[in-house]
Design a protein around this ligand. Structure first.
Ligand code: GLU
Length: 294
């Protein structure tokens, strides 16, 4: 059997909170139990919000948690040429197009459409599916934007991408947290079409989360993706991109989320649940493990 490889892939755009601690510790525990490797990936493609100081703090927090990380570390901001190559492959297949509608224009289109009681389809995260430039802009306006310096997103033509794949996609989802590690995975049917024409890159940013995550999981040889339940539906997109780009599919397992007192998902703006503030308030890493049920 090949040695399992796990990863923890945080974005240093804020301080790590207890939800990240759960993910890092579950990965560490699984890699120890299966005698695997545990790699870290710094997801810092958003160069305006991710900073070297936050990255340094992140590694300090992980050291305090006692998470053993193997080398090498991968930093996404150093891998832009890799993502560009993957994007070019999709472009060569004729699956990518520049899309000029701004977020405000999409919002306006959707609210006008829904004004008389109709509903516009939303993706699994609740964002409206891209209506297409022709639904909103005149031919002249589209032409003018294409010839000007207007911002654009490079989107995947979902219909063509699904035609190219030609058949159903699925992934292996391993059992719940309490069950034996990665035993008896279930085959889950992927539904990438639910995401519509998703963004692969933007004029100023040569990649997106979805594109870089599949490229990097392959580059790092990840065999087992253990991450939060909030990314469950994103797995459909990842399977589609892996198939189009000829990349291997890891096994997946999505773990419970640590919710805030208000029952909502934690975010990096929940200052009081950041590992730093808990540590400064005197919490030990053993207390923290108990708090998150480990
Ligand atoms: N960077 C993502 C996050 O911080 C995790 C990505 C993944 O595990 O696929 O939520």
């Amino acid at each position: 059997m090949t040695q399992p490889v796990f990863r923890f892939a945080p974005s240093p755009n804020g301080h790590l909170h207890i939800g990240h601690a759960l993910s890092a510790l579950l990965n560490a525990r699984a890699s120890v139990a299966l005698e695997g490797r545990f790699l870290v990936r710094v997801e810092d493609i958003d160069q305006t919000r991710c900073t070297p100081e936050l990255e340094r703090d992140m590694f300090e927090d992980l050291a305090w948690l006692g998470v053993p990380l193997d080398e090498p570390r991968l930093r996404q901001s150093e891998a832009f040429p890799e993502y560009r190559k993957a994007l070019e492959r999709l472009q060569d297949m004729g699956l990518v197009y520049p899309a000029y509608l701004t977020r405000a224009e999409i919002r306006r289109f959707v609210s006008e459409h829904e004004a008389d009681g109709a509903t516009w389809p939303k993706d699994p995260d609740g964002a409206p599916l891209y209506p297409g430039d022709t639904a909103v802009l005149s031919d002249a306006e589209r032409q003018a934007r294409a010839e000007s310096d207007a911002p654009f997103a490079l989107r995947l033509n979902m219909k063509k991408a699904l035609e190219r794949v030609g058949g159903p996609l699925s992934w292996q989802e391993a059992g719940a947290e309490g069950s034996a590690l990665f035993d008896a995975p279930k085959e889950i049917a992927a539904d990438p079409g639910a995401w519509g024409d998703l963004v692969l890159a933007r004029k100023e940013t040569p990649t997106s989360y979805h594109l870089s995550v599949v490229v990097d999981d392959a580059r790092q040889g990840i065999t087992d993706v253990l991450r939060g339940q909030d990314l469950y539906h994103a797995t459909s997109v990842h399977r589609l991109l892996q198939d189009l780009l000829g990349l291997p599919a890891p096994r997946y397992r999505h773990h419970r989320l640590v919710l805030g007192e208000d029952g909502r998902k934690l975010s990096k703006s929940n200052g009081d649940t950041s590992l730093r503030s808990l540590r400064e308030a005197g919490m030990s890493h053993q207390d923290l493990r108990r708090k998150i049920g480990l």
